[in-house]
Design a protein around this ligand. Structure first.
Ligand code: SF4
Length: 311
């Protein structure tokens, strides 16, 4: 929520005085003109936990100390928006402050003065991480997917997923990032779905079954698309299970990577089932193969009944 004027702040204070702010976090993006003295009444009123998001430049030692002191006195948090260069310049202050109630996020930069294209966000996050590490900080890094970090500002759901995957997926695979937000999607449910998809893709949090399927070719022994959809409908709720669905035994087993279970075309109308790289059931009639696969998953203790509430 952007807070740019005294009027914005007054309106929020009025709401906070009568209605508890959410118990979860509410992030307030502060204009640089808003001082700690000015914000004090809101923080004192708020029963929820606020995250004050404020940009700090090199040379902002005094405001950084003042804001850190403000959130600590009232039990809230400060998300300091920094460029890698600012983090390096502010390193002595960051060392002196310690990490309590601080988190960091990248201050968006343009690639060159006057340029309309964003700087390389993945590289900038890596540089910020390195600068913070050199400053001795272990405070959480918040990866914000915004219009400013997007390579192309497209509005489709899949474009947003792709953008989030470029930035957040790359960083999570590097082990960088503790908190993720996708702010290009206004619908909270859809934004949360995007985050979970990115976490799953990066292997940071496995919340549903992972599927590997071959691209299909002239050797494929069953309809790969409908078979994958059918198996996904029965097994998609299994957390942390990786299933491979491969069209033939010529190349399928070699391409299953580290799948836990494999469903592989063995002969026309016949399926072979694998546990890891080992074929454990041969030439099962295709009509019975789904039930055999589920029984195999159960026999290996990886089955959970679907949650009726999510059916
Ligand atoms: S696994 Fe078999 S069916 Fe699938 S693409 Fe490879 S060769 Fe073709």
């Amino acid at each position: 929520m952007p807070i740019t004027t005294a009027g914005d702040l007054a309106a929020l204070c009025e709401i906070a005085a009568t209605t508890p702010l959410p118990v979860s976090f509410l992030a307030l993006e502060l204009a640089p003109s808003l001082t700690p003295d000015f914000l004090e009444p809101l923080l004192a009123l708020s029963r929820g936990r606020l995250v004050l998001v404020r940009r700090f430049a090199a040379g902002d030692e005094a405001p950084l100390r003042a804001f850190a002191d403000l959130v600590r006195r009232h039990g809230h948090f400060l998300a300091a928006e920094l460029t890698p260069a600012a983090a390096t310049a502010l390193a002595p202050t960051l060392r002196a402050l310690g990490d309590e109630r601080l988190l960091f996020t990248l201050s968006p930069e343009r690639s060159a003065p006057g340029s309309s294209s964003p700087a390389h966000s993945v590289g900038a996050h890596r540089a910020l991480t390195e600068a913070l590490r050199s400053a001795g900080s272990q405070a959480p890094l918040w990866i914000r997917n915004t219009a400013a970090t997007a390579v192309r500002d497209e509005t489709g759901f899949l474009s947003k997923l792709l953008e989030a995957s470029f930035l957040t997926g790359s960083l999570l695979c590097d082990g960088v990032g503790d908190l993720v937000s996708i702010e290009t999607e206004a619908d909270v449910t859809r934004a949360t779905t995007l985050v979970y998809n990115v976490l799953q893709g990066a292997g940071a949090r496995i919340s549903k079954t992972e599927f590997v399927a071959c691209p299909s070719c002239g050797r494929t022994l069953f309809d790969l698309q409908t078979t994958t959809q059918r198996i996904r409908a029965q097994t998609g709720h299994l957390k942390g299970v990786k299933l491979a669905i491969m069209g033939c035994i010529v190349n399928g087993p070699g391409e299953m990577a580290d799948a836990d279970f494999g469903y592989v075309g063995g002969a026309p109308g016949k399926i072979n089932l694998y546990v890891g790289k080992n074929c454990v059931q041969y030439n099962i009639p295709q009509a019975e193969a789904d039930a055999h696969l589920i029984a195999l998953i159960k026999a290996h203790g990886k089955w959970l009944d679907p949650d009726p509430a999510s059916a």
